[in-house]
Ligand binder design. Structure first.
Ligand code: FES
Length: 373
């Protein structure tokens, strides 16, 4: 015969689990209480504790993080969204994971490497305020800038990595993965930075090139050598047409690097790229000043015709949704009620009657009202 007490306990436990799995105000409140005791106990957010902070260069740091147990891992080359509260406003930014997946598999750690951007609120906050023991809210890993085929295929693919500045971070994760899985594989890295002091991961890259017999590393310094050219690419990688390219850097750099690679015979389908930062065409004409009203919240802000709708919303104290901040992912899509905007990438004028816009690449032309963000 069944023990009525154990039946009751089982029933209450089932109810408690169901309750915990449901969205609701009380559950949110309990989660808030747990988070107050220890942020890592949150069941609703992915949280990561800062375990170590490493100075890479004068303006770049690596943050080693231990995500809470519900975080699900990553593939080399992916990024996470990091959320920080700055003066009461939630700021979210994407940062590439710079370590190999093995670090997470074996030690439940990940690292992100962040360059401090002049005037950048999130990167400045991380550099100047974050200390070991702090916690950050992070998203699940995402992005498809990853090694495109099993790296152990025969004959092995020959990856060519081209990076500029902090574009090295996802590539570093991929190279470390190759080192762990197929260290004999032939790979090349061409890395552009302003000067030798700006070389991120210098000692790690030197060590990798010594321990991987077929790893060729070509650092270049734009202040003394100038920008990327077809001639230089051909010199560094004579068999470029047979390679699979992984390219990451600011959009202007990527535009010229990819054009040179295509000129040298690389097939477009073997080109994989990820950009960061917003690309502003050299001939871009800003919008005109005006007042921007966010109808849902009742907030408004003056625009000088240079900032995007996304930046203006954040300056107005709102917490809009976004992902890439460069016109790729459409996460920032919002509804315009009245007014015109310029598409910052193309210079195209989006007229009054087109209501859906991407906040991260839309610059108001005069007065504008946004229905929902
Ligand atoms: S945030 Fe990705 S398109 Fe705007």
């Amino acid at each position: 015969m069944q023990n009525p007490l154990s039946n009751a306990t089982q029933y209450i436990t089932t109810l408690a689990i169901r309750f915990w799995q449901q969205e609701g105000t009380l559950q949110t409140y309990l989660d808030f209480l747990l988070s107050e005791i220890d942020p890592m106990l949150s069941r609703k957010r992915n949280v990561a504790e800062v375990i170590q902070i490493i100075d890479e260069t004068a303006d770049t740091k690596t943050f080693v993080l231990r995500p809470s147990s519900r975080w699900q891992g990553f593939v080399a080359g992916q990024y996470i969204n990091v959320e920080t509260e700055i003066n009461g406003v939630m700021i979210r930014r994407n940062y590439s994971i710079s370590c190999a997946p093995k670090l997470f598999r074996e030690q439940q750690l990940i690292s992100i490497t962040v360059k401090k951007i002049e005037g950048g609120r999130a990167s400045t906050h991380l550099h100047e305020r974050l200390i070991v023991g702090d916690t950050l809210t992070i998203g699940l890993a995402s992005g498809d800038f990853t090694l495109q085929q099993p790296i152990s295929t025969q004959p092995p693919a020959k990856p060519l990595f081209i990076a500029a500045g902090s574009g090295i971070t996802p590539i570093m994760s991929m190279i470390k993965q190759i080192k762990e899985e197929t260290p004999e594989q032939s790979i090349s890295l061409i890395y552009y930075v302003n000067n030798p002091q700006a070389l991120i991961f210098e000692s790690q890259l030197q060590t990798l090139s010594k321990s991987m017999p077929n790893f060729s590393f070509y650092p270049h310094f734009t202040e003394s050598e100038g920008y990327i050219t077809s001639q230089q690419l051909q010199l560094d990688c004579p068999d470029i047409a047979e390679r699979t390219l992984y390219l990451c850097g600011p959009q202007g750099f990527m535009k010229s690097a990819s054009a040179h690679c295509l000129d040298l015979g690389l097939a477009p389908e073997r080109m994989h790229q990820e950009s960061f930062g917003s690309y502003v065409p050299a001939n871009f004409q800003p919008g005109t000043a005006g007042q921007i009203r966010f109808l849902n919240s009742g907030k408004y802000i003056e625009s000088n015709g240079k900032k995007t709708v996304l930046e203006l919303a954040e300056s107005a104290g709102l917490n809009p949704k976004y992902g890439c901040r460069s016109g790729i992912c459409h996460e920032c899509k919002c509804t315009k009620s009245t007014g015109q905007v310029l598409n910052r990438l193309t210079g195209e004028l989006i007229p009054d009657d087109q209501t859906h816009i991407q906040a991260c690449i839309s610059i108001p032309v005069g007065d504008l009202s946004i229905e929902s963000l």
